[in-house]
Ligand binder design. Structure first.
Ligand SMILES: *Cc1c(COP(=O)(O)O)cnc(C)c1O
Length: 401
């Protein structure tokens, strides 16, 4: 089945990579809901446990449905191997536990997912791993923060909610020049638009909860990269500590991957159309979306983001600032009738959030100002509804101001 997978185009890999049919000849991938496996003999059991014979042992670390998902995602990211985890946060934790030890140093973008900041600062900090946070787009600041003990550089690009970009190729070179690794959280663009490994990154991390699922059903995550890293110490943490993905969730994500490319193109096209429209509206002070030529890093976006044959794409998340601060933002949000007020993203259903009072509500006003999160900022994760209905919804919100 998978003999010449390297030659397959992205969409073919998305639909077919990793599938191994059973003797039943099923067309769709089965869900293996089993915790353990039986062996033909005591000798075979011993060979499995010692690793002399490959095969299933126990579903904390070997499950055929999970493995199919891992192989398919690895094929899409262009990585040698993949470890699936119970959530996106579990993927980041598993990666860090696999790679870092007390005394190690991490340089991370300051514009990463809130719980990721807390994981580095509060949790790994207690175990003697020190993290410095720098401005994502300022490659010189990354270089300045690197020390002799730096083992890992960590970023998300584009950032949430302001769509700042990190230069993956430049930061990969920087990491390697200093004997460190670069990990990229690729949740916002997915391999359908951005493939960090091809740009030099060592590890790609996913919250499969977002676009890989694509319909807001399951929580899961994954890390993709070389066999010596992901198949070694990172897999070792999964096997021993057990932050594993359930076979049912793996099956949902597997089905999500099959339509990922089409969905990311549709999310991106609608987001671009809405971003362009918002830029023309008087109550809107500024739009943040890397697909717009007015974005300060638009050229970088065009260099490192591409939806294959359909060309440049910038994903489904955009933000904009309304004149009139928080009262205006809340009035706008409360007037919407199509979009859901929720902080999730990557769903078929469009969502709207007010970052200053939700996702970024627990940091101080000074920290918020430093992060560029102003009170009039509204974030939209554009779903797959008809873009005309979404535009009418935004017009409804603006009319309420
Ligand atoms: C949601 C998210 C995570 C965490 O993923 P979970 O599946 O919720 O644990 C990590 N990074 C980014 C960019 C996210 O949006």
């Amino acid at each position: 089945m998978t003999d010449n997978i390297e030659n397959w185009e992205f969409a073919t890999r998305a639909v077919r990579a990793g599938q191994v049919r059973t003797n039943e000849g099923e067309q769709g991938e089965p869900i293996f809901t089993t915790s353990s496996y039986v062996y033909a003999s005591a000798a075979q059991a011993a060979a499995r446990f010692s690793g002399a014979e490959p095969g299933n042992i126990y579903s904390r670390f070997t499950n055929p449905t999970v493995r199919t998902f891992e192989q398919r995602l690895a094929a899409l990211e262009g990585g040698e191997t993949c470890v699936a985890t119970a959530s996106g946060m579990a993927a980041i934790l598993t990666t860090c536990l696999g790679l870092l030890k007390a005394g190690d140093h991490v340089v991370a973008s300051r514009s990463i997912f809130g719980p990721t900041v807390l994981l580095f600062k509060n949790i790994l900090g207690r175990f003697g791993v020190d993290t410095d946070f720098v401005a994502l787009a300022d490659t010189a600041a990354w270089e300045k923060a690197i020390r002799k003990q730096t083992r890992l550089l960590f970023l998300e690009t584009p950032s949430n909610p302001l769509s700042e970009l990190g230069d993956i190729a430049a930061l990969a070179t920087l990491a390697h020049d200093h004997g460190a690794l670069l990990a990229v959280d690729n949740c916002f663009l997915t391999p359908a638009i951005q493939r960090p490994l091809a740009l030099g990154a060592d590890l790609v991390i996913h919250s499969a909860t977002k676009y890989i699922d694509g319909q807001g059903r399951c929580v899961g995550g994954a890390v993709v990269g070389r066999k010596d890293l992901v198949g070694g110490d990172i897999y070792g943490i999964l096997r021993t500590a057990g932050p594993s993905m359930s076979p049912f969730n793996a099956w949902v994500f597997l089905k999500g991957l099959e339509t990922l490319s089409l969905r990311m193109q549709a999310h991106s096209a609608a987001a671009l159309e809405l971003a362009q429209w918002l830029e023309q509206q008087a109550p809107v002070e500024r739009v943040y979306y890397a697909g717009l030529p007015s974005h300060p890093q638009h050229a970088l976006a065009r260099r490192q983001q591409s939806a294959g044959k359909s060309g440049f794409a910038a994903g489904g998340v955009l933000a904009f600032e309304l004149k009139g601060g928080q009262p205006a933002a809340w009035r706008f949000i409360d007037a919407l009738r199509v979009m859901s007020i929720t902080a999730n993203l990557g769903d078929t259903k469009s969502t709207v959030t007010h970052p200053a009072t939700t996702t970024h509500g627990r940091i101080t006003p000074e920290q918020r100002a430093a992060a560029g999160i102003r009170d009039g900022l509204v974030r939209i994760a554009v779903g797959l509804e008809d873009v005309d209905d979404l535009k009418r919804d935004l017009a409804r919100g603006l009319a309420a101001l």
